[in-house]
Unconditional design. Structure first.
Length: 263
């Protein structure tokens, strides 16, 4: 009788172990499937922190937020802080299959008890984020595809061009047929080029892109080389025969966080 009882107990433990193993395998498979998403829709989010709270925000992302994003089908692409971070901010780039998938994922994330617990715990000594700005994007037709890679020490430049009315297509033409190649010849690395989503009022006149340099000294040398390039001078002159394309631009130098997938 004792042997029978022991056998039943052992079989029960084996069954539980197999069930747990199966659940773990299914969970791992599900996470693997999430990571296979090829993002086609993007969001750049900028968090402005209360004074002294940026380290708390970075810790929350590293310890909790990024994993929960992935859990709900979002793709962490890149996380950066400005070189001159006078605004105490974090800039990050997320990838999704579509706007619809993005909205569904964010709703699930916000309602996740694990996120709610992490959020509450992180602000026990006061609120962390003062304000948030987010913009939606899709690739231009000529953009390289984003790669989550660590290319060593480098700085990123996030640049946005605001064109004169009706000139965005001309600017795209100049970038596609001339600028990207001249950037490359001037030792700049093209990372991605984005159209702003039509849900934003200014989208008809905006091009946003990311390029990289080894450091600030190399950045200056690359831009000097680019401006002196005869092919650039010719392309620029030809592109503005019917009027200048760009009305204004913004540019920000960023360094990746330690946990950024894209470095």
């Amino acid at each position: 009788m004792r042997n029978i009882i022991c056998l039943i107990f052992a079989l029960t433990l084996l069954s539980c172990g197999q069930k747990q193993k199966k659940e773990t395998e299914e969970s791992t498979k599900e996470m693997a499937e999430v990571k296979l998403i090829e993002p086609q829709f993007f969001e750049i989010r900028t968090y402005y922190c209360h004074p002294g709270k940026l380290p708390d925000l970075l810790k929350r992302f590293n310890d909790h937020t990024m994993e929960l994003f992935e859990k709900h089908g979002m793709v962490n692409m890149g996380y950066w802080v400005p070189i001159d971070n006078t605004d105490n901010k974090l800039v990050y780039l997320m990838g999704y299959e579509s706007r619809e998938q993005r909205d569904t994922a964010w709703e699930a994330f916000m309602n996740d008890p694990d996120w709610q617990k992490a959020w509450e715990a992180s602000k026990v000594n006061g609120p962390i984020v003062a304000s948030v700005v987010n913009k939606f994007y899709t690739y231009t037709g000529y953009s390289p595809k984003l790669k989550k890679e660590d290319a060593g020490s480098r700085i990123f430049s996030l640049r946005t061009y605001y064109t004169n009315e009706g000139k965005l297509n001309n600017l795209h033409d100049r970038f596609e047929n001339h600028t990207l190649e001249i950037f490359k010849n001037s030792d700049m690395t093209n990372i991605a080029y984005f159209n702003m989503d039509p849900s934003h009022e200014e989208s008809k006149n905006v091009l946003t892109y990311l390029i990289t340099f080894p450091d600030t000294t190399a950045r200056k040398a690359s831009w000097d080389s680019f401006r002196q390039d005869e092919a650039w001078k010719t392309a620029y002159a030809n592109s503005i025969k019917d009027g200048k394309l760009v009305d204004s631009l913004t540019a920000e130098l960023l360094i990746p966080t330690s946990f950024s997938p894209l470095k």
